[in-house]
Structure formats: structure tokens, C-alpha cells
Write a protein of this length. Structure first.
Length: 349
């Protein structure tokens, strides 16, 4: 073996040994770190249990012990925050007053206020999530000020936190005044509205007429499943909007209310200029359609767009007595209508 080969072998062996030692060292470090964290979590769990389940005169000593364990260590405050979040929304709501006191004394509120002013985008976003999960009050204004940074992650967590805090005023302000800074998907906004702790009906009424058509459509979609009868006039108003997505959202919301008085209004949309609206109207009649819609649905089974034909045939077959009416279409001359009805009958047989 030449000297060069020997040296290369030695270097390789040393590098292998170095990496092996590093891997083993990292494993041991992580192991002991996890053991230490688990021990700390167990201590906190016991103290928190005592804090929430002992007589008032003993709670002070429990808090002092928690303060002593947490100290000024950021990592330990993060552990305490996550332990409290794991307790769940119901627990946090039930013990809200006691928790607000704990946040102040232990320094969680001060820690989150400092983190909210951080230059780190991820830290700002995570802090907003913590504030919402912990239902930590009196920080709403600081979060709303972050909306203008045009960061989607921060915007989402700010709005979700406000929803969980039930901050009606804050959400109305963002929906109506800061819409240009909101670049969230409709699913994210629906999730935010669904998480709102206050009156969704009131939030809707205070927002709907002041926001743009895109946001109007999302608000209607988000509130539709709640089946709030008093919102019927709003749906009727936007049923004739120039925006097709807003018309579709209104059709779906009216269908959820399942009010037979609305059948004729939805039926009229089977003649809409946009096929998506016609398809939504046909789908909506599945829920509140009656024999009065048979003729209109029968005509729509011959629509030029497959989805409209499909939805119309489906509605016709699912409405009581509709199959008998559909049998006439099978014997008719309209090929598209005949095929749509036959396929749906076979599927539902």
C-alpha cells in the first residue's frame, strides 16, 4: 500500500469515527433533553392541576412554584404555553379568569407582547396563534396592526386569533377596511368565520354590505350551514348580483334554509346566462324542489352543458314523484336529456 493510499484510509477512518461520535452524541443529547423536558412537563401538569383544583388560599403558593420553575427561560414558557393549549378550548373558556391571572404573573403575556414586536415573521405568526389558542385578551389592537404587512401566514393567524377571541369589531374592521391586504383562500376565510366565538349572524349583518363581492360570496358560504332564517333577505338581494359567484353562494344558502317559498326564485336561475349558476340552481332544487319545478327541470335536462344536465336530472329523480315525470323525457326526442335521465335512473336504482 502506498503512503498516499494509507493516508487516505486514515483520513476516511477519522472522518467516519468523527461522524459516528457526532451521531451518538446527538442521540444522547436529544435523549437526555427529552427526559428533562418530560420531567418538567410532569411537574407543570401536577402544579397546574393543583392550581385549578385547590382552595383559593392555596393557589398563590402553586403560582409561586410555577413561576420558580419557569423563571425567565423562553423555552420553559413555550412548554407551559403548549401544555395549556393541549387542555383544549373548553378548559380554557371554563377557567378563563384564573388563566388570565396566571398569564400575567408567570410572564406569558409579557413574553407574547415582546414576541409580537419581533422582526421574525414566523415568530409573529406563531405568537398570534398562541394568543388565539390561549384566549389572551387586550392584545387585539397589536395584532390588527400586523395585517398591513401583507404576509399571508400572519394575516391568517391574526384573523383566526380574533375569531377565537370573539372580537367582532376587529374582524369587521379587517373585512371592510383591510380587504386589500387579505390574500387568503376562501377555505381559510371560511375556517376563520367558523371559529368565531361571537354571533355569526351579527358579524354577517355588520360586514356583508361593506365588503367587496369576493368577500360577500365567502361570507355567505361560511354562514349558510348555520341556516339562519333572518339572513334570507340578504340572500335574496344577492341572488340577482352581477357577480356569478355571489349568485351561486346565494342559491346554496337559500337551499340550506329549505324554505318552500324560495323555490320559485331558485327555479328562475335555471335560465341564468352562466352555466355554473344554472348547475347550482338545479342542485339546489334537490333540497327544496317540488312538483312545481318538474317542467323547468325537465327542460334543463337538455341544457348544452353536461354538468347542468346532470344536476337537473338528479334533482328531478330525487324529488318525490319526479321519476314518473322523468319517464316522459326518456321517451322524448331530446338525446341529451334522455341520456342524462337514463344515467341517473340507473345510478339510483
Amino acid at each position: 500500500m502506498t503512503k498516499e493510499a494509507f493516508y487516505l484510509l486514515m483520513i476516511s477512518a477519522l472522518l467516519f469515527s468523527f461522524f459516528l461520535i457526532a451521531i451518538i452524541g446527538s442521540w444522547f443529547f436529544q435523549y437526555f433533553s427529552d427526559v428533562k423536558t418530560k420531567k418538567l412537563e410532569d411537574q407543570l401538569d401536577k402544579l397546574l392541576y393543583c392550581y385549578f383544583h385547590t382552595e383559593n388560599e392555596n393557589t398563590r403558593s402553586m403560582v409561586q412554584k410555577i413561576v420558580k420553575i419557569i423563571g425567565n427561560r423562553t423555552g420553559r414558557k413555550e412548554i407551559l404555553i403548549n401544555r395549556l393549549i393541549r387542555c383544549g378550548d373548553d378548559f380554557i373558556e371554563t377557567h378563563h379568569a384564573s388563566l388570565m391571572n396566571l398569564y400575567e404573573i408567570v410572564g406569558i403575556k409579557a413574553y407574547l407582547q415582546t414576541a409580537l414586536a419581533s422582526n421574525n415573521v414566523h415568530m409573529k405568526s406563531l405568537t398570534c396563534r398562541y394568543i388565539g389558542e390561549l384566549q389572551l385578551e387586550n392584545m387585539e389592537a397589536d395584532m390588527i396592526a400586523l395585517i398591513s404587512n401583507q404576509n399571508n401566514d400572519i394575516t391568517y393567524n391574526v384573523m383566526l386569533a380574533l375569531a377565537k377571541l370573539g372580537d367582532m369589531k376587529g374582524l369587521v374592521h379587517i373585512f371592510t377596511n383591510d380587504a386589500e391586504h387579505i390574500y387568503l383562500s376562501h377555505r381559510a376565510i371560511i375556517e376563520i368565520i367558523s371559529a368565531f366565538k361571537g354571533s355569526k349572524e351579527e358579524l354577517f349583518k355588520r360586514t356583508i354590505d361593506l365588503c367587496d363581492d369576493y368577500m360577500k360570496g365567502i361570507l355567505i358560504k361560511a354562514i349558510a350551514e348555520d341556516k339562519i332564517e333572518s339572513l334570507n333577505p340578504y340572500y335574496m338581494t344577492y341572488l340577482n348580483s352581477e357577480d356569478k359567484n355571489l349568485r351561486i353562494a346565494s342559491i346554496r344558502a337559500l337551499s340550506e334554509l329549505n324554505n318552500e317559498d324560495d323555490e320559485s326564485y331558485i327555479r328562475s336561475k335555471l335560465d341564468d346566462k352562466d352555466w355554473e349558476v344554472r348547475a347550482a340552481a338545479a342542485k339546489g332544487l334537490e333540497k327544496l324542489g317540488t312538483s312545481q319545478s318538474f317542467a323547468a327541470l325537465g327542460k334543463t335536462t337538455g341544457d348544452s352543458v353536461w354538468w347542468v344536465r346532470h344536476n337537473a336530472a338528479s334533482a328531478l329523480i330525487l324529488i318525490p314523484g319526479g321519476k314518473e315525470f322523468a319517464s316522459r323525457i326518456i321517451n322524448g326526442e331530446d338525446k341529451f336529456a334522455r341520456e342524462a335521465v337514463i344515467s341517473l335512473i340507473e345510478k339510483n336504482t
